[in-house]
Design a binder for this molecule. Structure first.
Ligand code: ZN
Length: 300
């Protein structure tokens, strides 16, 4: 039980408004298929006005949380999509002194990644990667269609390996869609305003104080600390440059200038050949392993 959802219902007993936060389980990140990722649970909500207990049933998957109760009609049952309980970090003086650059060199981070639909290749090769909120309609195809939250003004970047979970989900949803993975220079992180999330943040709502707290070198370094409910790094033996959670992500609140794009990675020669004319000077590479699972996948 590590995610939180805000629930708002009218108590069927005293008819007062119940407003509570409930804990919901993580989706099953081991599931190979979308439809198997849902984790079901039962819970009770106790009315804060009359102590009446309401039984609820829930299911949380990659897609979304679903909550229901026999005592409350579906249309009167309001709840938020769940978010992780992001605590605030105390900044660490030593880490802050060596800064983002210190973390990059200590951990040997050589590349950042961003995946997008292949249709965006041409626009990105010309203009760089632009946060969705700054795009004009028709500029390009949104990668994250569910992103109806406060993060529209950021690009999602992952460290040392593509955020393959999200990538996997999107490919399952639409198997005919082709994708490109952009490799980005780590220098971006010193040049741009960025927030570092040790778990998946962007598809969920995160409070602005937490975002501010995540803009430090300490937050960056904490992406590489052990996390409850995930295998310890000593066990998973992932390289120092991999964040502990494969879904960890960096939100970059600026355009990623084309000069930071190191390469465009394709899953096969065929796809690379087909789009070679759209690259505007960006080197093409065929790297099927960037389209697969991260090495610690079987442990998760
Ligand atoms: Zn009540």
């Amino acid at each position: 039980m590590t995610m939180i959802s805000k629930v708002r219902i009218l108590c069927p007993h005293c008819e007062e408004l119940i407003e509570q936060e409930i804990l919901v389980p993580d989706p099953n990140f081991m599931a190979e298929k979308m439809k198997d990722s849902a984790v079901e649970f039962d819970d009770e909500i106790q009315c804060e006005h009359c102590d009446n207990e309401i039984n609820i049933w829930g299911s949380n998957s990659y897609y979304e949380l679903y909550l229901a109760s026999e005592d409350v009609s579906e249309k009167d049952f309001y709840y938020s999509q769940p978010e992780y309980d992001f605590g605030e970090y105390e900044t660490d003086e030593t880490i802050e002194e060596s800064g983002i650059q210190g973390v990059l060199s200590e951990r040997g981070i050589k590349s950042l990644y961003h995946f997008t639909k292949i249709e965006n290749l041409e626009a990105i090769s010309k203009q760089g990667i632009i946060p969705r909120a700054q795009l004009k309609e028709g500029d390009y195809e949104y990668t994250d269609i569910n992103r109806s939250d406060g993060f529209l003004d950021a690009n999602c970047i992952s460290i040392s390996f593509p955020q393959y979970r999200m990538f996997f989900i999107k490919r399952i949803k639409n198997p005919l869609q082709n994708w490109v993975v952009f490799e980005i220079s780590p220098e971006l992180l010193s040049a741009c305003e960025a927030a570092f999330f040790e778990r998946n943040a962007a598809s969920r709502i995160v409070q602005s104080e937490v975002i501010e707290n995540r803009k430090t070198a300490t937050a960056f370094e904490n992406m590489f600390s052990n996390i409850d409910n995930l295998p310890k790094r000593e066990e998973s033996k992932i390289p120092d440059c991999y964040p502990t959670d494969p879904q960890a992500e960096v939100l970059v609140f600026d355009k990623v200038d084309k000069s930071f794009i190191v390469a465009a990675h394709f899953p096969s020669e065929d796809v690379a050949d087909h789009y070679a004319h759209s690259l505007n000077g960006i080197p093409a590479k065929v790297t099927p392993e960037l389209f697969e699972n991260r090495m610690d996948h079987d442990l998760l």
